[in-house]
Design a protein around this ligand. Structure first.
Ligand SMILES: *[C@@H]1O[C@H](CO)[C@@H](O)[C@H](O)[C@H]1NC(C)=O
Ligand SMILES: *[C@@H]1O[C@H](CO)[C@@H](O)[C@H](O)[C@H]1NC(C)=O
Ligand SMILES: *[C@@H]1O[C@H](CO)[C@@H](O)[C@H](O)[C@H]1NC(C)=O
Length: 485
């Protein structure tokens, strides 16, 4: 049975059935060299006997024992710059001549190189038929064929894949990364590596490092394209190149030129004669805008000694100590750069200012600022669905103030179940405040339970949770992304 399998194998092997060669070499391992020779002899005899029944081949027997390639076809993975030896072991070795081909191109005839260019990196290892390649390059990848020169040629094919960790050759942007708001941005990341690296983009923002999505940009083969860039898309862009060998990254800063925008966080500020007041203004723009302050439409003279303007980056504070009623009024902050200007105003007043309102179930709270003592506090409760409904106006006792700050607390009770809008007004000896922002209360027959209250307490609670989760997710994602592949 063994002999039959072996002879079948030999035939198939010649036809290039590589699986069979595995079986063949297993057979071989099970026998020592002498018995192997015997088998070869017998086998050859068998083979010839079938094809050549006249037996006339005997005279040539010694020369006609076909040599075989013992090495199995192999996939070699090697990183750039290393030396690799592609094996081709022949039995019997004496007198055997081997040719090497790469992707069909003739490489070596015996020890003789057949290639002109780059030949110095290729050689046949001493006392063997193995092909040595030193300082491998990505272009060396391919199919290498070792072919035995004889009447019935046999060959094996090795696959060499040269691997190279990604490299970023360049990361560029149109206009050197300085683009006008509303115009296009094109980022190009040229990468090298083998296997060809995959490219992933991310952008660093206040919320952390976030992978660019289809909604942010159009992706091309090695770039991203944003047709109409917005000013908040300025910042650091990162190109990641990833393949099975490693990863690389590179970053580029993008400036988006745009006209300034200003924001005044407090638009009504309470103060008093001889009490220092600070009016704050935030401005952004690219290039960084210059900030100018106006009082009732007239430019503020910072050298008069009356005003102190302190500007750091896009944040400007105007400090004033009013000396009389005339020093109160409207303060305007204007930011301008070469692309335009923008302004916003704040009123400096002596009347009380209701700063903010909060709700905890049926319990409402406001903070009221007044440098002058409060005289009156009124709360108004109006049914929301019924404009003709009765408006309840209640006078509240003046709470104990902490400095110039008063905390006003009011609890709704004895109302018909309905939705209500609640506002307050405060008066000092100068004037009434503006009405507060209305707070809407759904006055149910059942009072709100406590766990409800904590959710509703601050309108900002949502915002404080979201960005944190975002950062965590995107950081983890980038980490996994880079490690995983
Ligand atoms: C060689 O690399 C290929 C693709 O790069 C991979 O699929 C294969 O598993 C690797 N083989 C070895 C032995 O590492
Ligand atoms: C992507 O390309 C389409 C078609 O050109 C365009 O309408 C769209 O605005 C582009 N999206 C971005 C983010 O640039
Ligand atoms: C402006 O004033 C605020 C509050 O007093 C202070 O926190 C901030 O640092 C000041 N900024 C500048 C630029 O002076």
């Amino acid at each position: 049975m063994e002999l039959r399998l072996l002879s079948l194998c030999l035939v198939l092997f010649v036809l290039g059935y590589t699986q069979c060669s595995e079986a063949h070499s297993m057979q071989k391992r099970g026998t020592d060299d002498n018995s192997y020779d015997d088998i070869m002899g017998d086998e050859a005899g068998d083979d010839e006997a079938q094809n050549d029944a006249d037996g006339g081949y005997d005279a040539e027997e010694e020369n006609s024992i076909p040599a075989t390639i013992q090495t199995l076809p192999t996939s070699y993975n090697v990183t750039v710059g290393r030396t690799i030896r592609l094996e081709c072991r022949v039995e019997p070795a004496d007198g055997a001549v081997v040719q090497w081909f790469r992707n069909g191109q003739h490489f070596f005839m015996g020890r003789l190189p057949m290639i002109a260019v780059g030949a110095e990196r290729f050689s046949i290892a001493d006392n063997s038929n193995d092909l040595l390649i030193s300082e491998v390059e990505p272009s060396d990848s391919g199919v290498y064929k070792c072919s035995l020169v004889q009447v019935e040629p046999v060959y094996i094919e090795h696959t060499l894949s040269v691997q190279e960790a990604p490299r970023i050759e360049s990361l560029t942007a149109n206009n050197n990364g300085v683009v006008m708001e509303g115009s296009e941005l094109l980022l190009t990341c040229k990468v090298a590596g083998s296997p060809p690296p995959q490219i992933i983009w991310s952008k660093n923002s206040e919320e952390g490092n976030k992978r660019l999505q289809e909604k942010d940009a159009n992706f091309t083969l090695n770039g991203v394209y944003i047709r109409k860039i917005k000013h908040d898309q300025a910042g650091k862009y990162i190109c990641y190149a990833i393949n099975s060998v490693g990863h690389a990254q590179s970053e580029i800063f993008i400036k988006v030129l745009h006209k300034p925008r200003v924001h005044v966080p407090a638009t009504v500020i309470n103060s008093d004669v001889k009490v220092e007041a600070v009016i704050q203004c935030y401005a952004h723009g690219e290039p960084a805008p210059t900030i100018t302050w106006f009082k009732d439409g007239i430019i503020v003279d910072t050298f008069s000694g009356k005003y102190n303007v302190n500007t750091q980056g896009g944040h400007s504070n105007l400090t004033v100590v009013p000396q009389s009623d005339e020093d109160f009024g409207t303060f305007t902050c204007e930011a301008s750069n070469g692309h335009g200007s923008h302004r916003a105003s704040a009123s400096l007043v002596q009347r009380p200012v209701v700063a903010s309102g909060e709700r905890d179930g049926r319990k409402l709270a406001w903070r009221v600022h007044s440098r002058r003592p409060l005289r009156l506090l009124h709360v108004q409760v109006r049914p929301l669905q019924d404009p003709a409904g009765e408006i309840k106006e209640i006078s509240l006792p003046i709470p104990q103030g902490k400095g110039h700050e008063y905390e006003v607390i009011y609890e709704l009770k004895d109302l018909e179940p309905a939705e209500y809008e609640v506002i307050i007004k405060a008066k000092n000896d100068k004037d009434w405040s503006d009405s507060s922002e209305p707070i809407i209360v759904d006055y149910d027959a059942q009072p709100m339970s406590i766990q409800h209250a904590s959710v509703l307490y601050s309108g900002n609670s949502q915002h404080s949770i979201r960005p944190a989760a975002h950062i965590l997710f995107s950081t983890m994602f980038m980490y996994l992304l880079v490690r995983m592949i």
